[in-house]
Write a protein that binds this ligand. Structure first.
Ligand SMILES: *Cc1c(COP(=O)(O)O)cnc(C)c1O
Length: 459
């Protein structure tokens, strides 16, 4: 290998940026299980999905054989405003840890929404516009997805209705105002605007809401309003497809300097950033060309891969969405108030679930205080103030780098730094004041939630 000095930041030239998304499913021998119609328990067809999702997105969702999809020029042009995202060599972190490991991170926080979610939001808004729709509905938890989608919708002049989990609506007024700045309407969920919202409020008066409940509301509004469809910021195959831009850029940047990673690490909520980051590398592994270690990092308070069950489950609390086979804690699982709002979903992308079940990817869970310790350590040497979600990946990257130090191994570690944490300073405050708690569910709690999984006869 040539001894080229690796710059602090590896950027791609505009002409080197990906022009196609990569569909990892095309290279999987064991395909992710299909979405099922909750009524008939048969695989959902494109026609059945049409009232809920945009046409072109349904085609992407159901396609597990086409390896590449062209990125439409309009989306490429939008990407150019904030991409390529830099691949940063963490020289300062390496020095601080005194590790022989080489650490790189792909930084997705360089846009106003502050996370990778814009990569899929702009694609979904584009296809909605192309279909001639008036607008889209969605849910948001911590607010990153709603923010990204409101930016994308204003770019394509689409109406954007966001159902925001009530507790976040109240605790994160700044996120809410960013969304409204971009023209979105933001409703705290559960609301009295929908049947499902009213039902949930009757059953659980005073509830502070959940992601699953907000999804049910957004779906109801999309399917009962002319010219609207529902869009989702994670979990779905189409979202992983759009997020493959992260991995494709990372791979192109590494290839420029002949760097081959040993370990690739990402945080996993619904699985979209991790699925996107690892996609081209996992493709090589699946095709038998190369081998890598992949590590998914999840919060100990919401451990779907490490402690959940691989089964068909509802995607939402109201049970109106299709059933997905995934590692799940049960759709009635309400995670403890963890500060990584983007990692609080009860299930995991069906693609990542299948890869994990096939032993092609590892998973670990980490506690909140360890995550914030790592976040702070990282911020102090690398400068970037990381999102709590992203800091899960930082924590495990540091752990792996320290193992290299103990063993004298010069491994190359790449991790996904999905976003910035400016809207999470209340969480940082709790950490600094020593008031942050680690909540780890008992086996019993998880078992109770899993008892309510739908019963699916063998198909
Ligand atoms: C939403 C979010 C995540 C988790 O979502 P995935 O779909 O698992 O990628 C991670 N980091 C940030 C900053 C987020 O906003």
């Amino acid at each position: 290998m040539s001894e080229k000095k690796i710059p602090y930041k590896i950027y791609l030239e505009e002409h080197e940026m990906p022009k196609k998304w990569y569909n990892l499913r095309a290279d999987m021998k064991n395909k992710p299980a299909p979405l099922l119609n909750p009524g008939t328990l048969k695989p959902m067809t494109a026609d059945e999905l049409a009232p809920v999702f945009c046409k072109d997105l349904i085609l992407q969702e159901l396609d597990d054989t086409t390896p590449y999809f062209d990125i439409p020029t309009e989306i490429q042009d939008f990407y150019k405003m904030y991409r390529p995202a830099p691949l940063v060599r963490a020289y300062c972190l390496e020095k601080h840890l005194q590790t022989p490991a080489k650490i790189y991170y792909k930084f997705e926080g360089n846009n106003t929404s502050g996370s990778h979610k814009l990569n899929s939001a702009i694609a979904q808004a584009y296809y909605a516009k192309k279909q001639g729709l008036k607008g889209v509905t969605t849910e948001t938890g911590a607010g990153q997805w709603g923010t990204a989608l409101s930016m994308a919708c204003s770019y394509f002049d689409l109406d954007c209705k966001v159902y925001m989990v009530k507790v976040s609506y109240e605790q994160k007024p700044f996120r809410r105002e960013v969304m409204r700045t971009y023209g979105a309407s933001v409703t705290p969920s559960p609301s009295t605007e929908t049947n499902v919202g009213r039902k949930i409020l009757e059953q659980f008066p005073g509830t502070s809401g959940s992601l699953g409940c907000a999804i049910s509301e957004a779906v109801e509004v999309a399917t009962t309003s002319e010219g609207y469809r529902y869009v989702l910021g994670s979990v779905l195959n189409q979202v992983l497809l759009h997020q493959s831009v992260i991995g494709l850029e990372t791979k192109a940047a590494l290839d420029k300097y002949n760097i081959t990673p040993d370990i690739i690490i990402g945080c996993a909520g619904g699985g979209s950033n991790l699925g996107g980051l690892i996609a081209p590398f996992m493709g090589e592994k699946l095709r038998g060309e190369k081998d890598y270690r992949f590590i998914a990092v999840e919060p100990a308070s919401c451990p779907s891969l490490t402690r959940g069950k691989y089964a068909y489950d509802f995607c939402d609390t109201g049970m109106v969405c299709p059933l997905a086979k995934m590692y799940t804690l049960g759709s009635s699982y309400i995670p403890a108030p963890n500060h990584a709002g983007g990692l609080r979903y009860h299930g995991m992308s069906s693609t990542l679930s299948q890869l994990y079940d096939d032993g092609l990817m590892e998973a670990v869970s980490v506690t909140q205080t360890d995550v914030f310790k790592a976040a702070e350590e990282f911020a102090r040497v690398e400068g970037i103030l990381p999102a709590p979600e992203s800091s899960h990946a930082i924590k495990v990257a540091i752990d792996e780098a320290l193992k290299c130090k103990d063993n004298g191994e010069e491994k190359t570690i790449v991790f996904g730094l999905t976003g910035t944490g400016y809207f999470d300073m209340m969480a940082y405050e709790k950490f600094h004041d020593g008031k942050m708690e680690n909540y780890i569910p008992t086996d019993d709690e998880i078992a109770k939630s899993l008892e309510k999984l739908p019963v699916i006869p063998n198909i």
